[in-house]
Design a protein around this ligand. Sequence first.
Ligand code: GDP
Length: 290
Amino acid sequence: MVLDDLGSSLRGTLDDLRGKSRIDKADVDEVVKQIQRSLLQADVDVGLVMGLSDSIKDRALNEEPVAGTTARDQVLKIVYEEMVGLVGDSTEIPLESQTIMLAGLQGSGKTTTAAKIAWWFSKKGLRPAVIQTDTFRPGAYDQAKQMCERAEVDFYGDPDGNDPVEIAREGLEATADAEVHIVDTAGRHALESDLIDEIEEIDTVVDPDLSLLVLDAAIGQGAKQQAQEFEESIGVGGVIITKLDGTAKGGGALTAVNETESSIAFLGTGETVQDIERFEPNGFISRLLG
Ligand code: GDP
């Protein structure tokens, strides 16, 4: 991690340690305070922040620095390693035939993300298809269809259908030529039992290799309950954070990662089909601390 990636106040605090060969408790407390401030501002759960703080303090005060390492470099190394532990590695996405199902609340960005992921796979040389099973939200069909046309990927949906499970079944058949199936599901304004029942039924029919929970970067503490419920009903293999082109830093999504013992797969960075990135710990850490 380069120092430039850190927030300016943290960078300054670490730079103050430059001349020191040994770090004391007051120094560590100051560094940890800066990190806590940034992470809490970025919506990271307070419990996660406290756990991280304890680990950094413990290691910084007890680990013997490698010979020749300055106190500053030693602390920087520990902070970096602990931050990587907090945000995790990117969800593994094999470049092979597979079925991915998207889950999340209405407005989280599922439909947009389905087309984006399809575009991403098509750029990797695989043939994707999006299956739109959201019969709940007016406009979901048209939106998905248009985005898939823009992404130049196969699309299946039924504008007159009202049985998402049936649409999922038909969609898989109709797009049998595709290598990667991306199944979009309906969201709700809040977690309602009919939503959970519906997605469980779709899950049974689709039998996805991977279910990804789509979360708006501004999610904050609401992530916990959503993650728990979707984990219990369909099993969450990874998280997607959308709308990272806005001001929200997406730290709340780490709660979902923690709750589901999963990792972050993709980041959404805009409204068009190309605005998708694979999650990469370094960039995300800089963003959280910046
Ligand atoms: P769904 O209800 O979960 O299917 O959500 P949509 O895909 O319809 O997205 C809801 C709104 O968020 C739409 O206006 C999208 O254009 C917008 N959106 C989705 N992803 C992103 C993103 O990464 N950045 C921005 N700025 N907007 C996004």
